[in-house]
Design a protein around this ligand. Structure first.
Ligand code: GDP
Length: 594
């Protein structure tokens, strides 16, 4: 596409792969593929900067400009999450206050998990139900008679996934910044996300117990990024805390209530429930278990809900402590049983009064995915091997997941040792941990096979692998794993015939001969050209045509072969369109010797 035809698009300073894909109306997998061809390995929830995003956009026919801050207002109103729109459409008299939903963001190791645990333990464990043993992705506390909901999924990913799906789940972001470390890259990224989602930020200035904590310096850094402390006349609450010694937690909760009070955090508890899937899994005895955050309306046991591509009647509902519930209102995280399939984290859910209508919605969504699936390239082992045999691929792309570093290393090393001249093993990604949705996305984008050692594929990964037709092979014995890859390669390396190059000739002139067609006057550059050999025509390095040498002449004589350095006349079967400078490669197939 020429530059003048490019559509204009505005992109923010940073954007997740998923959101970029949405904005340029491409599939996230296509975006990841383009990123990979540009040497950037990114997963769907990863944030890329403006420059990178602009390159992707331009490859997809868009001309990007940087979105300026004042314009964010205009752009964001178009992407107000559906549930917020529903609340906005409610009659003001029906709206009541609901608990603020808090998500915790910040740089790795700055103390997000410790802070969430500290709040949970100090505020919840003292309650009548004893300690909470199970993490379901969200919990609630009561502070000074008011409820506060915390999302405790690995904050960042959940938040970006939810935001990218237009379902900003949080009302307030707690930005954790370690006072000894100051502002780091993910701190900036978190600020960008929260600002773009127009969610107010409270800073938890953590680790103030440490000797090298430098709160004043960190505040200065934050002020430079637009988070000016209220004590300096700005409007950001910066609360010094220590998640470790549990200092300042009350101040932080106080700050949450203050910020919640000054923002309209409301919903209509009498509507049909809508909200977001926080996480979901399949349990052998209980079936599909999903944690939902109700964002408007109330959810009741027996309601029929549609969540992404799954649906079902709620058979049982629990709060985050595991206590059975019959009904739950806005801002409540609930665990439910009864869905037909495992929905994705970040999927929107909605209650349907009419079960039939709900089922039709799911059916339509499934059909749309199936259509996409049938046009998607296959990355099954069989298909890949067929491609190897057809000579279409020369690299076996692998993604390796193992339980511990101790097994990952020898696996990678042994795989690297497998020698083959023809097929190269390329390990795209090797990491410990279960096979995730992100691994499958990477595999789909790069036609890779996923190999797991002593790990499982989580349900989202399995589902996506099925849709994208990605092979996941699981092993628990290292030598079996290696043997299988070796066998596979050997299988591939044993085609009955292999291609043998004979020689190359350059076209110097073209002679039209009546009845015969065009004959190329050539010079043999290398090897020899043989009559009846297979032939390939390339022009400026690009393959133009594949055929056979139909006749070969040397000084008007019909000959069987012409060697390097000699001139000859070549005609090719079904090909007349020679141009001086074209290269004719002659080759043949020979039985492979083992
Ligand atoms: P996350 O990656 O942001 O979730 O960080 P973690 O909560 O896992 O904390 C990273 C490390 O910092 C852990 O070793 C914690 O024990 C430590 N840590 C967290 N909060 C504090 C704190 O307030 N003071 C001190 N001294 N260490 C902390």
């Amino acid at each position: 596409m020429s530059k003048t035809e490019n559509k204009q698009i505005e992109l923010p300073a940073s954007i997740t792969v998923r959101e970029l894909a949405q904005r340029v109306q491409a599939s996230p997998i296509d975006v990841i593929k383009i990123l990979m061809t540009n040497g950037v390995m990114a997963n769907i929830n990863q944030t890329i900067d403006y420059d990178t995003a602009a390159v992707i956009a331009s490859e997809l026919g868009f001309e990007a400009t940087l979105e300026v801050a004042e314009q964010a207002e205009v752009i964001d109103t178009g992407t107000v999450p559906y549930w917020r729109q529903l609340i906005a459409n409610e009659k003001p008299k029906d709206l009541v206050n609901r608990a603020p939903v808090i998500t915790i963001l910040g740089h790795v190791d700055h103390g997000k998990t410790t802070l969430l645990d500290a709040i949970r333990k100090s505020e919840v464990a003292a309650g009548e139900f004893g300690g909470i043993t199970q993490h379901i992705g969200a919990y609630q506390i009561e502070y000074k008679g008011k409820m506060i909901t915390f999302l405790d999924t690995p904050g960042h990913a959940a938040f970006t996934a939810m935001r990218a799906r237009g379902a900003q789940g949080a009302d307030i972001v707690i930005l954790v910044v370690a006072a000894n470390d100051g502002v780091m890259p993910q701190t900036r990224e978190a600020i960008n996300h929260a600002t773009a989602a127009k969610v107010p930020i409270i800073v938890a200035l953590n680790k103030i117990d440490l000797e090298d904590a430098n709160p004043e310096f960190t505040k200065k850094q934050l002020a430079e990024l637009g988070l000016v402390p209220d004590e300096w006349g700005g409007n950001t609450m910066i609360v010094p805390v220590s998640a470790k010694t549990k200092t300042g937690l009350d101040d932080l909760l106080e700050a949450i209530l203050l910020v919640a009070d000054s923002n309209e955090i409301k919903a209509n508890p009498n509507s049909l429930a809508v909200g977001t899937v926080i996480e979901a899994e399949i349990d052998k005895t209980k079936g599909v278990l999903a944690t939902l955050l109700i964002q408007n309306g109330s959810l009741q046991s027996g309601d029929f809900i549609v969540a992404g591509q799954s649906s079902g009647k709620i058979r049982a509902m629990f709060d985050f402590r595991g206590k059975s519930l019959r009904k739950a209102g806005p801002s409540t995280p609930v665990r439910i049983m009864g869905l037909s399939d495992v929905p994705h984290a970040g999927d929107f859910f909605q209650v349907y009064k009419d079960e039939k209508e709900g089922r039709q919605v799911v059916q339509k969504r499934k059909l749309a995915t199936q259509e996409k699936r049938s046009s998607a390239p296959k990355a099954t082992l069989e298909e890949m091997f067929a491609n190897f045999q057809a000579g279409k691929i020369r690299e076996l792309q692998l993604i390796i997941k193992a339980d511990v570093e101790g097994s990952l290393e020898p696996i990678v090393e042994s795989l690297k040792e497998i020698k083959s001249d023809e097929i190269h093993i390329n390990i795209l990604h090797a990491q410990t941990g279960n096979i995730s949705e992100g691994d499958v996305i990477l595999a789909a984008a790069s036609n890779a096979i996923i190999i797991g050692f002593n790990v499982k594929a989580d349900s989202a990964a399995k589902k996506l692998a099925e849709t994208e037709r990605i092979s996941i092979r699981l092993y628990n014995i290292i030598y079996r794993l290696i043997e299988d890859v070796e066998k596979a390669l050997k299988g591939l390396l044993e085609p009955e015939y292999e291609e043998v190059e004979l020689g190359k000739a350059e076209v110097l002139a073209v002679f039209p001969i009546s009845k015969i067609g065009n004959i190329a006057g050539c010079k043999v550059l290398q090897g020899e050209i043989r009559r009846n050999a297979k032939a390939r025509v390339t022009r400026k390095g690009e393959l133009i045509f594949e055929t056979e040498v139909s006749s070969l002449r040397h000084e008007k004589e019909i000959v069987r072969e012409v060697r390097q350095g000699f001139e000859c006349g070549i005609s090719l079967r079904n090909f007349n369109d020679f141009q001086p400078g074209d290269i004719i490669e002659a080759y043949t197939f020979e039985e492979k010797k083992f």
